[in-house]
Design a binder for this molecule. Structure first.
Ligand SMILES: *Cc1c(COP(=O)(O)O)cnc(C)c1O
Length: 315
């Protein structure tokens, strides 16, 4: 069994898993937590929900992950953790980042929401820091609808989080049913021919609050957000998680072959490929990223030709 499943620390969302790690580390009011700026809004939301302040580090030029030099410049006496994201499944510069963090004894939390299986120099991402977290939202490597897990790589921290976990509640029956209904809708309809219609529909339904959307409306009340931060994964979804894990493993090679083909076949001068060809056997991507000066033009053209391209992150 995979170590993430073994620990059985599953939450209602990935951001709640992250929050459980931050709280377990004793992080709260007045503390600073470093994250890369090019990230999912869930990450700063989770830091703020812990009472701490997110501090943003830039990504590398022509890359997608944390710039170690900028990281050094953002560390203060209030820094209590560094969240290292392996964006799109591309491992961050762990050698340098670990050195920086170890020297000043600041814990590293790995954001593995984009990959379970990528390796950095022969070692799996998610096993470098004191903890890592995962998400099972739409568009992630393993989809449950919503959901997330924490993996704790430190014995003392593990004991604290396991003990805190007992005070988390299961989501309401309505929430669970909503996710199940959406999930089956997704399985039924998530086919290339339906992609664009479905995408529009999903955004429409989540704006009406019928679907369990990705993000909270920024105008919604803080209390409502905080209430969800005490939720664990439903038992139904815990069972579904282990059965889907095996399937995800089988898709690993498919995903790698697609990446190799994109690398070979996309030859436009308007885009730059990620610098991963030498490590392509070691990494499992969730998305194949392209760098361009003309994001909107490419998105419009892709939509016209019904080519599925996503645009995260916009924030
Ligand atoms: C999806 C995602 C998360 C957290 O997602 P949840 O919606 O809270 O499950 C965190 N970090 C990154 C990079 C993500 O893509």
């Amino acid at each position: 069994m995979n170590y993430v499943l073994e620990q059985n620390l599953h939450f209602y969302r990935g951001r709640i898993a992250l929050n459980a790690i931050l709280v377990g580390l004793g992080i709260g009011n007045g503390d600073e937590v470093i994250t890369q700026a090019f990230t999912c809004v869930a990450v700063p939301e989770s830091i703020i929900a812990a009472g701490a302040l997110p501090v943003y580090v830039d990504i590398k030029k022509n890359g997608f992950n944390m710039d170690a030099d900028d990281l050094v410049s953002k560390i203060t006496s209030k820094t209590k953790a560094i969240i290292v994201q392996h964006t799109y499944g591309i491992p961050a510069d762990m050698d340098r980042i670990m050195d920086i963090a170890n020297e000043i004894n600041i814990p590293i939390i790995e954001d593995c929401c984009h990959t379970f299986d990528s390796m950095y120099k022969g070692k799996k991402v998610g096993t470098f820091g004191v903890a890592s977290f995962y998400s099972y939202e739409w568009g992630k490597p393993l989809v449950l609808g919503v959901g997330g897990s924490a993996f704790i790589n430190d014995e003392k921290l593990y004991k604290i989080i396991v003990s805190n976990y007992t005070s988390y509640n299961g989501p309401s029956r309505l929430k669970v049913l909503r996710i199940i209904a959406q999930y089956f809708g997704y399985k039924l309809l998530y086919k290339p021919a339906f992609y664009w219609k479905l995408k529009t529909l999903f955004h429409f339904l989540s704006s009406l609050k019928i679907a369990e959307g990705n993000y909270y409306d920024s105008s919604s009340k803080n209390q409502k957000i905080l209430a969800d931060y005490n939720l664990k994964m439903s038992n139904y979804h815990k069972k579904l998680l282990s059965s889907k894990f095996t399937k995800m493993k089988k898709n690993k090679n498919v995903s790698q072959n697609i990446a190799i083909n994109y690398f070979r076949l996309i030859t436009s001068e308007k885009v730059v490929h990620p610098n991963i060809n030498s490590a392509i056997k070691e990494i499992v991507l969730i998305r194949y990223p392209l760098i361009t000066n003309n994001k909107s033009e490419i998105l419009i053209k892709a939509k016209k030709q019904k080519i599925e391209i996503s645009d995260w992150y916009m924030t």
